[in-house]
Design a protein around this ligand. Structure first.
Ligand code: ADP
Ligand code: ZN
Length: 606
């Protein structure tokens, strides 16, 4: 990019130089030249000794009586001839000659014409080059980029925006919206609060997984209150120059204060606000200090509210959440069944959804989807409907979009041997039957052995609605179900495939959660409050986790062995149809007697 720029400038300069040289040459040439009017007056005052005109040429050579030789631009040979004839009639002494053009002169004339054309082309080229160069130095936002000049960047940093998003656009987080309503009222009329002496929090920290709507909520506050919104991400404070980051913080707050009441939204605040011992650069510490100083330096009467968002609240420096800074923390959870329905509702408003589509059913299937993923789901479905040239989005579009998002694109052309297919059928049947044995209340929403992405097939369970409310039995059951695919392959086919990696990961994650998060394990070593496990804690508890995993796997083997016939039967049904719907699975299971070796999950040896 930089090299190109230099090249372009060099080409422009080159052309400009040539152009100037041509100009100078012509200028020098014209020095020896006199105007036609001067020529006429020379003739009339009888100073001309001799005039020589070449046919077709625009110039005449003259010699003056004092010996000087000059050229003159003439309107035409006839005009000169008339002028000279008249002078001779008036007794002036002038030699007049009209010569044929010599070959050389013809060439010269042609060359002059060509030079003229080249000059015009040069001018056009120069113009094009200059405008391209000017255009290319604009960066993507169309702003002129002055080569990393920190001062310049500082000015354009943190652009002001208005938000047209409202609370109605944020679905399913009603309690949080209610909490934030107070902030909206404050921003609408700060004086009312300050007169009363009421202090409003100046910093709000929104935490939660990616895509749950933190940014959306911050924008909605700005939209509801109808105040300017200054959005930046934590990483945009980074700069190789020392002091630039803190300069940007200062500029940002200055701008926001000038436009108060207003909102500053800092996304990914963890990139500047990580615990100090872990922040490797002195620069980012300066930025953080500046941010804290700005937060301390104004009170709520200035009408600026700072909203920050992070996916990793536990790595934040405690200084950030101290009173008077980001002291209001709001956790936005992953949407539950109800919230998902609401979010789907919001995002289907501008889409042509067929009346037969039941969003509640879609919501049931999309356990673990964030708001952003739900929006993508409906968008994908709309694209599929367009590709089908359909008038409305049908349930089948949503199902296909769901499958694409969950397990990657369906590989229609991938050839699967009968053997591979049977392998998948046994694997998935293992999951299905063990789940039916251990968790008869968890509905099976369908089984497929059509390969998609890396997965040979899948089971959809309508479960784990609220993972944080899992009982110990539920947690272990889920692990046993996760291992069931691998266990079925081992027991029935005596094979171990590369397939079940995701299953194993899922199971061990539950094991660590049991120990570290839910304190469900008897030996209860350490507790951490959050999903984000410390690697030290994980290492300390590896052997505990292994014990739990081993117990679960053994239990899985046991159930598979006891129910081998039924699993093979289900696998054969899958071989025939490849996909079994929820209803078909239900019908299959109805009259089967499933055996649970010890009927209680918690009797596993630990
Ligand atoms: P985050 O900032 O938490 O990562 P975003 O606010 O950027 O998430 O969400 C991305 C998009 O997902 C939003 O623009 C919106 O379209 C959709 N979305 C997320 N949560 C919700 C929600 N609760 N209601 C409606 N749409 C949502
Ligand atoms: Zn599996």
């Amino acid at each position: 990019m930089k090299k190109n720029k230099i090249l372009r400038i060099a080409v422009c300069l080159f052309i400009a130089i040539i152009f100037t040289l041509i100009g100078i040459y012509e200028e020098v040439q014209s020095k020896k030249e006199i105007s036609y009017a001067e020529f006429v007056s020379h003739v009339q005052s009888d100073e001309v000794e001799n005039v020589e005109v070449v046919l077709n040429s625009e110039k005449a050579k003259i010699k003056l009586k004092d010996g000087k030789e000059q050229t003159v631009k003439i309107p035409s040979v006839e005009a000169v001839s008339d002028l000279v004839t008249e002078a001779i009639q008036n007794n002036k002494q002038i030699d007049f000659a009209i010569k044929q053009e010599s070959f050389l002169q013809i060439l010269e004339r042609l060359a002059n014409k060509v030079m003229d054309i080249i000059t015009i082309i040069m001018i056009v080229l120069l113009f094009i080059c200059l405008s391209i160069a000017a255009y290319k130095t604009r960066d993507d936002d169309g702003e002129i980029e002055l080569d990393d000049d920190p001062l310049f960047n500082r000015k354009k940093f943190g652009k002001e925006a208005t938000s047209n998003i409202h609370f109605d656009d944020v679905a399913g987080i009603d309690e949080e919206k209610q909490q934030l309503q107070e902030i909206v009222c404050f921003l609408k009329d700060p004086e009312k609060y300050t007169e009363m002496g009421a202090k409003i929090p100046k910093g709000i920290l929104l935490t939660g997984d990616p895509g749950v709507g933190k940014t959306l909520l911050a924008k909605a506050i700005a939209g509801e209150a109808d105040v300017p919104f200054f959005q930046v991400t934590g990483s945009s404070f980074d700069d190789t120059y020392v002091g630039v980051g803190s300069g940007r913080v200062r500029t940002l707050f200055k701008k926001a204060r000038a436009k108060a009441p207003s909102i500053i939204f800092i996304d990914e605040i963890d990139t500047i606000g990580a615990k100090r011992y872990s922040s490797e650069s002195h620069n980012s510490e300066q930025t953080l200090n500046q941010l804290l100083a700005e937060m301390d330096g104004f009170d709520s009467s200035s009408g600026v509210v700072v909203i920050a968002a992070t996916n990793y609240p536990e790595i934040l420096d405690p200084a950030i959440t101290r009173p008077g800074r980001f002291d209001r923390k709001i956790y936005i959870p992953m949407p539950d069944l109800y919230a998902r329905t609401k979010i789907l509702d919001v995002h289907s408003k501008n889409k042509k959804l067929d009346e037969s589509v039941n969003l509640e059913e879609v919501s049931k299937k999309t356990v673990g989807f964030s708001g952003a993923e739900l929006r993508n789901l409906l968008n994908e479905a709309a694209i599929l409907a367009v590709n089908r040239e359909a008038k409305t989005i049908q349930q089948e579009d949503i199902d296909e979009a769901f499958a694409r998002i969950v397990v990657g694109l369906e590989k229609k052309n991938r050839r699967v041997t009968e053997e591979e297919k049977y392998h998948s059928a046994i694997h998935e049947s293992g999951h299905a039957i063990v789940s039916a044995v251990l968790r008869p209340n968890v509905e099976n929403l369908g089984i497929s052995i059509v390969p998609r992405g890396n997965a040979g097939g899948y089971n959809l369970f309508n479960d784990s609605e609220e993972r944080s409310y899992l009982t110990k039995e539920d947690a272990i059951s889920e692990m046993v179900v996760s291992y069931a695919g691998k266990a079925a392959e081992k027991v029935i086919l005596n094979k171990v495939s590369s397939g079940p990696e995701a299953d194993l990961k899922g199971a061990s994650k539950i094991a660590y959660s049991m120990i570290l998060k839910y304190a469900m394990h008897d030996s209860l070593l350490t507790l951490v409050g959050d999903e984000q496990f410390d690697s030290v804690l994980i290492q300390k508890n590896t052997s505990e986790a292994e014990k739990i995993c081993k117990g679960a796997y053994e239990k899985s083997i046991k159930i598979i062995t006891e129910n081998k016939e039924i699993i093979i039967e289900l696998a054969n049904a899958l071989m025939e149809k490849e996909i079994l719907s929820a209803e078909e699975v239900q019908n299959f299971l109805q009259n089967k007697i499933l055996i649970n070796p010890d009927d209680k999950a918690d009797s596993i040896k630990e």
